[in-house]
Write a protein that binds this ligand. Structure first.
Ligand SMILES: [Cu+2]
Length: 125
């Protein structure tokens, strides 16, 4: 009897810890997962021989943005540099590449081709 009681106690302790950990983890996971699925702002920028369309993208600050560059041809606009994100995308004609980031309020993220002939910006309000 005594031995059985001990076993129950020992089994009970880790279970309690696990439940607590699961609750904590659950809270964190929900917050992280909920944002992209419910609030992601998806924008596609068409890249062609005349630059980026749209060239100005207005988004809401504090919410994730999924920015997709879709190349429609061969031009130097296929190299897209986004200094604020420390990223440079190299697109082939017909290819698309996406970036996801969460802009801060008042932030403007400029992007441009390698020679800065073509440019655009993401404006977060
Ligand atoms: Cu260029």
């Amino acid at each position: 009897m005594m031995k059985q009681f001990k076993t129950t106690l020992m089994a009970g302790a880790p279970l309690g810890l696990l439940t607590g950990a699961a609750l904590l983890a659950g809270t964190t996971t929900d917050a992280v997962l909920a944002a992209p699925s419910q609030a992601a702002q998806r924008v596609t920028v068409v890249v062609d021989g005349s630059g980026y369309k749209p060239a100005t993208i207005n988004v809401k600050a504090g919410r994730p943005v999924q920015l997709t560059f879709l190349s429609k041809g061969s031009s130097c606009a296929n190299t897209v540099s986004i200094p604020a994100l420390n990223k440079t995308l190299a697109l082939q004609a017909g290819q698309k590449k996406a970036l996801t980031f969460t802009p801060k309020k008042g932030q403007t993220l400029a992007f441009a081709c390698a020679m800065k002939m073509y440019s655009g910006k993401v404006v977060a309000r």
